[in-house]
Unconditional design. Structure first.
Length: 273
């Protein structure tokens, strides 16, 4: 008897075909069951759009902002910017999103949004407020006198820009006061360096630093004390055991000490601070 290979192939193919039919049937039944289960729980063929409108999100965000819920407010404002970037509410969302970041102490994120607002809306009536907030975002990053002075330097620069651009703005007196406070911080930083030189007995370096301090900041609060210390170094009589008495209160001073206006400057009318 002669056996042909096709005799074994054909029956095996038929079995595979039957199994495929069964698997497809089971899959279809499963999908049908899922559809029925989905309909029992309110599922529809088309996804329902439950996204809030830009106007609703703006109202929600402002309410959250007024209540101090800055994280929730930022999410509402971010949603406006993501889904309604050309809506009338987008400008408000950008400004209040920056404010939300500011009050959460996310100063870098706040700066980015304030700068974007300034670039996109250079003639908007809120620009003085935006420039003030940019300066404040730097001012709030002023660290201890033994750290870098970038925060103070940037704050002085930005407050000065505000004074030049809007000399009669509601923020003028505060800007002047904070510039003086930041300058005092810069002086105190220099004075801290002098203390380091004295503690390490580098008197020549300390003398050079004091000369720079007194010539650069002649009107600073600490300058009279610095001049007395400089005179002692020039006379070859550096302070010894009482060195710490020469270096007290070298922190960022309260800006209100330099404020010529007793009233708090008016804030942005659209924000509650």
């Amino acid at each position: 008897m002669t056996f042909r290979f096709n005799q074994f192939i054909q029956p095996l193919s038929a079995v595979r075909f039957s199994l495929n039919i069964i698997l497809i049937s089971v899959l279809l039944l499963s999908l049908g069951g899922c559809a029925q289960i989905g309909s029992l729980f309110g599922g529809d063929d088309e996804e329902k759009d439950v996204r809030l409108s830009a106007q609703t999100l703006a109202g929600k965000g402002m309410e959250e902002f007024s209540n101090g819920s800055y994280y929730k407010a930022r999410k509402s404002f971010d949603e406006i910017l993501d889904y309604y970037p050309f809506s009338p509410e987008a400008m408000l969302a950008q400004l209040k999103g920056a404010d939300s970041n500011y009050y959460m102490e996310n100063y870098q994120e706040a700066l980015m949004l304030y700068h974007e607002f300034e670039e996109r809306h250079p003639t908007n009536e809120a620009i003085p407020y935006v420039m003030y907030q940019i300066a404040m975002s730097h001012y709030q990053q002023i660290d201890r006198v033994d750290r870098d002075t970038n925060g103070a330097e940037n704050a002085i620069r930005e407050f000065s820009k505000l004074l030049r651009a809007f000399p009669a703005s509601p923020y003028t007196n505060e800007a002047r006061g904070r510039i003086r406070a930041a300058n005092e911080f810069m002086v105190n930083h220099e004075y801290f360096v002098v203390e380091f030189y004295l503690r390490t007995e580098k008197y020549e370096e300390a003398e050079t630093r004091l000369k720079y301090l007194t010539s650069t900041y002649p009107d600073a609060t600490i300058t009279p004390k610095a001049k007395k210390l400089l005179k002692r170094l020039e006379d070859g009589d550096p302070p010894g055991f009482n060195l710490s008495s020469w270096f007290k209160d070298t922190l960022l001073p309260d800006w209100t000490l330099f404020n010529s206006d007793e009233d708090e400057p008016t804030k942005n009318p659209t924000s509650e601070k």
